[in-house]
Structures are given as C-alpha cells and as structure tokens.
Design a protein around this ligand. Structure first.
Ligand code: ADP
Ligand code: ZN
Ligand code: ZN
Length: 731
C-alpha cells in the first residue's frame, strides 16, 4: 500500500460515509497505517479521525491534506478493527461513531494515555519543625496528612484534600522533606488465593467439558438456577486460562458489578481485577483500556462497553446473566454486547460462556439449533432448597396501601426471628399518579404521553420520561374539586407505610431515587450485608446477582401490569424478573419463602412459571413466538423517527417504506408507520417502521443501500431518525 496517497478516514459524525484526505507527504507513506489517529480539517472544524483504509485515487476532486498523524502505531489491531467494521455494518451505524465508541475519551480528544505512574509520596523525616513551614500553610497541611499516613499517599489521595497540591509538594521535595517513590504494581503474591471449593458433580461435569475446548471457538450456555454455583464454574475455567497466561473478560450487567464479585474473583484467582463501568472517570477508563492492551490486566470485569477493549491476548469471555437488558446499548451506537462478544470469540478462536438462570429466548433458540452448547446445573450448590412460592389473591383480601394482611403478618414473623425481608416493587416515587375523585382527571405530563409520578416529601409531580417537575395542584385543574387522591403505590409509599407498622425496625429503600449519589448503592448494599436493616424494599435494581444470605422472605407486591403490556417480549421479561427475584430468597441454609400478590391468580403464565419452572414456561412461550413468526424465529429491525410534528415523522417513514418495498425482498414484512408505544416524549412525536425478516442475510445485503437511499431523502434532514437492529424493547 505504500504508493497510496489517499487516506480514508472515519470521523465521529453521525454520517454514514467515510472521508477521503490526502497524505501530507509521499515520502513518509508507511507512517500511515490503518488504525492510526489523524487530525483533519472538516468544514470549519478540526476533528480527530481514524484511518480505516488507504487507496491510490479518489473520485472526489480537490481533496484536503490531513493536518497531522497522531500515532506511530495503530491504536487498534487488525482484528479489533475488523470487529468494529463488522459491527458498523451489522448494526447499520455510522462507522465513525462505532470506531470512536470503542476509544477512551482521552484518545478521542487527540491526547495520549500516560501509563499510571503509581507515584506516591512520603516524609523523609518525622522531625519536621513546624516553624520551618510557618508561612506555608499548604505545605503544613500536606505534612500533617503524610504524618498521619507514614506508609505514604498517592497523588490521587493528596489531590483530594489539598488544592494546588502539585506545586506545594514540589516545594516540599525541594526542601528534601518529602520524597517521591514509585510503587510496583501489585504482584500475584499480594492476593493470597483461597483454596477452590470442591466442585459438585454437576459443576465438575460442566467444567470438564469446557476445559477440553479452551483453544477453539465454542459458545456455551451455562443454564443454572440462581445459587447453583455458575460463578464457581467460571472461576475454575478462568483459572486454567490464566495459567496459560491469557486474559479473561467477565461481562456483567450494569448493576451486577458489585465489590463482592470483584473481591471474590481476586481471592479465588489470586490476581488483580481491573474494572470498567460507567462510574469511572475518563482517566480511569483510559487506564483500564491501556491495561487491557498491554496485558497488564489479566482479568477484566466490565459492563457492556468492555467488549471493545483492545485485549492483547484474550483467552475467555464470560457473560454473566446473559439475558440482562443492560448488555444492549440504548443510545448512540445501538449494539448488543453479548452478540458482539460471541463474534469476537469466534474471531479469536476462544470460548465464550453465557451464564443465566433465565436464558434469553435468542440464546435458547441458538441451543435448539445446535449453534450453542448447553450445560445445566439443576440444584443450588449450598444445602438450601429452592424457596416455596405462594400466590396471594388480592381480589378478596383486605389490604392497606398495597400490602395484604397476609404479607404484613409474614413480615412480622421474619422480623421477630431476626431475619431479613426483601420487598420488591418495580415502581419508584410515592404514587404513580394523582387522580381527581370527582371528574377522574389524572396528572399527565404535558410533554409526554405519560402520567406524572407523585413525590410526597417534596410535594411535586415528576415525569420519569422527560424529568419535568411541577408543583402539585391544590385543586383539580379540570373541575376545581379539592378531592385529589394519590393513586397506587410506589416504593416511597410502601416504605412510609411499613415504617408506620414496624416503627422499631430498620428499613431501607433501594431504587434509582435513593441511590443517585456516587457510591450510594455500594454503601447501602454493604450496610444490608452487615445486617443493619431488616426490611429492604426496592425495585428491579435488587433483582440481580446480589446475594443476601439472611433474606428468608421475599414479597412481590405488584407485577400485574407486566401481564398486560403490548410488547411481545413483556412476558419473557416478567418471567425472568420473577425467577430472579424469587432466587433472592433463602440463599444460605435458611429456608426461603416467597409471597406474590396478584389480582390475576389464575393467569396461565404465572401458573405455568410457578408450577413448572422457567424452562417449561419458555418452551411454551417459544412455541407461540414461532407460530406468530416473531423473534427469535424472525429477525427484527426498527426504523424510528422523531419530530415536533406527527405528520413529518409519518411522511418520512412512508417514504422510507416505499424505498424499501420498491424491490421486493423475500421474506420481508414491514409494518407501519405506527406511533411508538409512548407516542410523544419530551415534546417530540415518535413513530416507527417495524421490519421482520425470515432471511437475515437477504435483509443485511439490502440494508446498506436502503440506508443510503434514506440518507439522500430531503425529508431525512427534517426528522431525527435511527435504525435499531435486533431491538429488545419496543419504545
Ligand atoms: P450462581 O453464580 O449460580 O448464582 P454461585 O457460584 O454464586 O452461584 O454460588 C452460590 C453459593 O454457593 C455461593 O455462596 C458459593 O460460594 C456456594 N458454592 C458454589 N459452589 C459450591 C461448591 N461446589 N461447594 C460449596 N459451596 C459452593
Ligand atoms: Zn376534577
Ligand atoms: Zn414527560
């Protein structure tokens, strides 16, 4: 490629095309390699881009020269670039956005990642006479801090407590009062591995099968009830991979990444875990990225975006709770990290292990079609048995603000026995809305097709979709009646009610409102583990992965609305949620009990799930999907449009539909334009085309030209639109 002079550059702009630029000097052509970052002029702006190809000529006249090359080595290796190109095409996303989503923001900004220096500071002497520093209060402050920490402090820690610490510490170093040392990375010996647990026969069987396939691509579902010891199997396998000096990636759900999990992995594998999740700042993310690339990180535990880390020698990918929705990116570059992980494992000829107690229907069909292997763990690893589940028929029972007497009674028994109780309600706030008792007016958001949630403490109404807040009216805006009623229950209302009934009991609420502050969730979970609270009330944040050994009773307050949803996946989601919540009960040797309140005790889904289990339920539900030609038996795609006027979205989608149907494509059905489930959100109308296809490949082949045609439509510039391939939620 050395005589190529045209560089094809991907830029972080929401446009599907790539951009041609000229190399600055023909002499240095081998300095331009695919995967290097460049700075270019783009219209009025200077942008950072990435070279994605080189060629001799361009059809475009008068090309600009690039301004500079930023790297002397490609940032991504060939395999990772190929993965990103594939993902851009599969998900029909602009290549620049895909490439840049995989870069840490430090690199996106055109800067470089400095390896973490691990520098730390300590006093050279303990006999510092304060007179020496009389007129330097900041220096005094640092000396005091270091006196209290004789083992030394890192710059991060000093930075937290002292402003303009850098110049201050320099002054102290110049006075030879403080010395700077570089700490070595933690060595393996810093983590004393614990003796592995003796695997039971089911675990051993699963492990043996997996162990023999470590050097080939192999996608395997580890289907095991909650607490059956899936994590132990992952860890045994990871141990072997580390022995071969390769890296291991654990992908976990957004809120499944708990300190307990990281600690458990470190103890078991005797190696430091590097983490990547949305709570990290830019420099921490950059360090994780670099650690993966230099293989300093042997074990990475991360949420979805970790699938794009530039591992130098990856040997295994584990996806825990593979059914979890948080593996799907919902904004910008819409990808599914689980599916990308499978592609990546195939590329690298390594195994990928999908673990779940409630496998997604997609994965189950892949097992049925023998694309994926399946290994089963049928019983809990510890002595505990699976909890008993009882339905409480709410139609006949008297109840107080959503809590049946039977449930209140059961809570009392457990509290008296010093056990913990977990109550699940997937609705935050005090009440889902307020209602006028005289004219049936309900408080709705003026910008969304949604009701406003009532927050009692602040006396406001809040829309959970556009975050708009309003004061609560004193009288009905429609008929002026003062008889306004708080309708239904949210977690705050249940918390208040319980505190009233159990006034001496410590109660904690875990939902998005109560865990907004940094580390709040972490701290609260730790307090629950310490046994500080006896009653825990929470939303689905609590349903995942957390192991609360003292919880003996789980109460499920209201899941009936999940049985009415128009999304064809709602029942799958509800079943997964129920099984996961039920799995929180009786995790140790204490027997667990679950009480499920419902107004629909005869509902076939509830009964099938509870009497026959998730596996039978999914077999039946899959049959229905097949009969209706719904995913996973067909592939699905959404073309979504948003605009301030409904007619604009409709016209655009009609046009787009005609562009797709102009040539008939086998096995393709297009529905719409239809309004989105929430027809209006934050003042914008939302509509969509829903495309189903039985021939994925044919669709894929036509998708690019469809997108190209849509992009050229004048209407496409007047609405906001995007394509979502394999959507998991109807929005
Ligand atoms: P899962 O990942 O399937 O939810 P875990 O691996 O977390 O299950 O195991 C659940 C509990 O059982 C943990 O406390 C774990 O330490 C314990 N456990 C797992 N395997 C064994 C085993 N072979 N022997 C004894 N205890 C085990
Ligand atoms: Zn009214
Ligand atoms: Zn709103």
């Amino acid at each position: 490629m050395n005589d190529a002079t045209v560089l094809v550059v991907a830029l972080p702009v929401p446009l599907y095309q790539k951009f041609d630029y000229l190399a600055t000097s023909t002499k240095a052509l081998n300095h331009y390699q695919v995967g290097m970052r460049v700075r270019v002029q783009f219209g009025q702006r200077k942008l950072i881009g990435m070279i994605v190809a080189q060629k001799k000529n361009s059809e475009i006249p008068k090309l600009k020269h690039i301004l500079e090359v930023l790297d002397d080595q490609p940032v991504f290796d060939q395999t990772l670039l190929e993965l990103l190109f594939w993902a851009a095409e599969y998900y029909q996303q602009p290549i620049g956005e895909v490439v840049f989503a995989a870069l840490p923001s430090v690199l996106r900004k055109g800067k470089y990642i400095k390896p973490n220096s691990n520098a730390f500071y300590r006093l050279t002497t303990h006999q510092i006479f304060d007179e020496k520093l009389k007129r330097a209060p900041k220096q005094q402050q640092i000396v005091k801090l270091l006196k209290a920490n004789p083992q030394g402090l890192s710059s991060e820690e000093i930075k937290k407590s002292v402003t303009s610490w850098r110049s201050t510490i320099k002054a102290l170093i110049d006075k030879k009062l403080v010395q700077k040392t570089v700490q070595d990375d933690p060595k393996e010996d810093d983590f004393l591995p614990v003796e592995p647990l003796q695997l039971n026969s089911e675990q051993q069987n699963a492990y043996n099968k997996l162990k023999n396939q470590l050097n080939i691509f192999n996608c395997c579902l580890l289907d095991g009830v909650t607490g059956s010891g899936k994590t132990e199997v992952y860890l045994s396998l990871a141990d072997d991979v580390l022995q071969n000096n390769k890296q291991v990636l654990f992908l976990v759900p957004e809120i499944g990444l708990t300190p307990q999990l990281v600690e458990r992995i470190e103890r078991r594998l005797g190696n430091k875990v590097h983490v990547l999740h949305s709570g990290l700042n830019d420099s921490q993310r950059a360090q994780a990225w670099l650690a993966a690339k230099t293989a300093k990180a042997k074990i990475i535990v991360g949420t979805r975006s970790a699938v794009f880390l530039p591992f130098s020698d990856l040997g295994l990918i584990v996806i825990d709770e593979e059914h979890d929705l948080s593996f799907k990116q919902q904004e910008g570059f819409l990808y599914n990290a689980r599916d990308i992980a499978v592609y990546r494992a195939k590329q690298l000829s390594i195994p990928v292990l999908l673990g779940s107690a409630t496998p997604s229907f997609e994965t189950q069909l892949n097992v049925l079609r023998e694309r994926y292997q399946k290994l089963i763990l049928t019983k809990r690893a510890k002595q505990s048995s699976t909890p008993d589940v009882k339905l409480i028929d709410m139609r006949s029972k008297s109840s107080e603000e959503g809590l049946s007497n039977e449930l209140i009674h059961a809570i009392k028994t457990e509290v008296d026995n010093n056990n913990q109780v977990l109550l699940f309600l997937n609705r935050r706030g005090y009440a889902p809305t307020i209602l006028c008792q005289d004219c049936a007016w309900v408080a709705e958001c003026s910008r969304c097709d949604a009701r406003m949630t009532f927050y009692k403490e602040r006396n406001i109404l809040k829309c959970h979709h556009c975050l708009k807040e309003e004061t609560v009216p004193l009288q009905c805006p429609s008929c002026n009646s003062p008889n306004l009623l708080w309708l239904g229950e949210g977690t705050q209302r249940i918390e208040n009610k319980l505190q009233e009934i159990f006034s001496d009991t410590a109660i904690i609420r875990i939902d998005r409102d109560s865990t907004r502050k940094k580390d709040a969730l972490k701290d609260k979970l730790a307090e629950i583990h310490q046994g500080k609270y006896q009653i825990i009330i929470g939303t689905q944040m609590l349903s995942k992965g957390h192991d609360f050994p003292n919880v003996t009773l789980v109460g499920i307050l209201n899941v009936d609305h999940g049985l009415f949803s128009t999304d064809f996946r709602a029942t799958e989601r509800l079943a997964q949620l129920l099984v996961q919540v039920i799995g929180r009960a009786g995790r140790s040797n204490k027997k667990g009990k679950v009480l499920l309140q419902t107004y629909l005790p005869e509902h076939p889904l509830l009964n099938c799930l509870l009497s026959q289990g998730y596996s039978s339920f999914s077999q039946q539900a899959l049959k229905i999907r097949q009969e209706c030609s719904l995913p996973p038996y067909t592939s699905m795609l959404l073309l979504r449009a948003r605009a301030t006027q409904q007619t604009m979205t409709e016209n655009f989608l009609q046009k787009a539909k005609s562009l797709m149907t102009a040539k008939s494509i086998e096995g393709l059905t297009i529905y719409g334009p239809i309004p989105a489930m929430m027809g209006r959100k934050a003042g914008m109308y939302q509509s969509q085309l829903v495309v189903f296809t039985s021939y994925r490949k044919t669709l894929q082949e036509n998708l690019k030209s469809w997108t190209d045609k849509i992009t050229r439509e004048p209407l496409a510039k007047r609405v906001r639109w995007d394509i979502e391939v394999d959507p998991l939620e109807m929005s």
